[in-house]
Design a protein around this ligand. Structure first.
Ligand SMILES: Nc1ncnc2c1ncn2[C@@H]1O[C@H](COP(=O)(O)OP(=O)(O)OP(=O)(O)O)[C@@H](O)[C@H]1O
Ligand SMILES: [Mg+2]
Length: 346
């Protein structure tokens, strides 16, 4: 069990950098409290309908120095006050991860302070320890992001167990790809969410794929929407424009029910009432409100991150690094990015 107290007579100040995908972010934490969290989102990818890895790396290179300077300035911290530096080791895009890791490793070497390598997905979950209220161990976390959909039993800060995950697309990917079919800009999840609030969620019942145990599958829904739209457009070319809000509401309701069905089964099976969601899709207003309703029925305590801590940010990397430092998990300068990095009990 990692002790979450720290001797305040010698503060623990960490600079953390996140660069796994298309957000360049830097944060400062002091004794496990976030003092600043700067995020530069890369708008360049909007023109391509998805993240272009090479452009992501170049944008990280341009953004990293100003983002780190701003994080230090806002926290009123100078480089010499840092006790450790942390970075996202993976999973993510190799070229993007390399920018953050090289930058942070050079700081570790130059300042002669420890380096901490953080798993991005573990950090999404630990975002719940940035602010109050904090979930109590053990809790069940549904992590829903652009690249992952996982059900995780969190036994302790650094002791996690994946009990289910998607066998194909992540739910964020499903949101974005279906949004693209509907002609919405990239990333489509937030646009689809906004339009869904004005539509009828039962208008178009899309099929729900049923997976064994705690696993998920979202590629079938995406294909079902693709074929449905293709058939409708043959008869009526402005079908999407005329039914956009209902289409968004129906898609969103389908995806949310697939997520919450498994969450409810898992919570009952494990016997936990502390339930959290994490990752970019946890910003979805429908998911947030449906989860609140389910919590009332099941008498769960639910933990939903603030919107700024749902999508990629370095504050969550700083918090993960804080607990790793306390557990003695520091790294050497030979550490390198791992695009397919795993976490959790084997
Ligand atoms: N309100 C919303 N409704 C639905 N999806 C959303 C919403 N806001 C963000 N998303 C989705 O969240 C995803 C981005 O989340 P996040 O930044 O955590 O993913 P990622 O870092 O790319 O992937 P991973 O964390 O798995 O490596 C995108 O798919 C985006 O569309
Ligand atoms: Mg992420």
């Amino acid at each position: 069990m990692v002790k979450d107290t720290y001797n305040t007579s010698s503060p623990l100040v960490i600079l953390a950098v996140e660069s796994s995908c298309d957000e360049t972010s830097a944060a400062i934490s002091k004794n496990g409290r976030v003092l600043s969290n700067i995020v530069a989102t890369q708008a360049v990818h909007e023109n391509y309908g998805g993240v272009v890895p090479e452009l992501a790396s170049r944008a990280h290179q341009q953004n990293i120095v100003p983002v780190v300077h701003q994080a230090l300035r806002e926290a009123n911290i100078t480089k010499t006050m840092l006790n450790a530096v942390a970075y996202t080791q993976g999973p993510g895009l190799l070229g993007a991860l390399l920018v953050g890791s090289s930058f942070v490793k050079s700081l570790s070497w130059g300042l002669n302070i420890p380096l901490i390598s953080v798993n991005h997905m573990q950090a999404h979950i630990l975002a719940h320890f940035i602010d109050e209220p904090r979930p109590k161990f053990p809790f069940l976390c549904l992590t829903v992001s652009g690249g992952h959909t996982q059900l995780v039993v969190v036994h302790d800060y650094l002791d996690m167990e994946i009990i289910g995950e998607t066998l194909d697309d992540a739910v964020g990917e499903a949101f974005d790809k279906i949004a693209k079919l509907l002609g919405l800009p990239y990333p489509g999840g937030p646009y689809l969410d906004k339009l869904a609030s004005q539509g009828n969620p039962s208008r178009f019942p899309f099929p729900i794929s049923s997976m064994p145990a705690m696993d998920f599958s979202f590629s079938g829904v995406k294909t079902a929407v693709l074929y449905f739209l293709r058939d409708q457009l043959k008869q009526h070319e402005s079908f999407i424009e005329e039914n956009l809000a209902d289409l968004c509401a129906s898609v969103q309701a389908t995806l949310i029910s697939m997520l919450l069905e498994k969450l409810e089964i898992a919570a009952h099976q494990i016997g936990v009432r502390e339930i959290a969601i994490a990752g970019g899709v946890s910003a979805n207003s429908g998911l947030r409100s449906q989860l609140e309703k389910l919590a009332q029925t099941n008498q769960w305590n639910v933990y939903i991150p603030k919107i700024e801590y749902c999508t990629d940010n370095a504050a969550m990397i700083a918090i993960a690094a804080h607990y790793q430092y306390l557990a003695g998990q520091t790294d050497t300068l030979t550490a390198s990015p791992n695009p397919r990095m795993k976490f959790g009990r084997k």
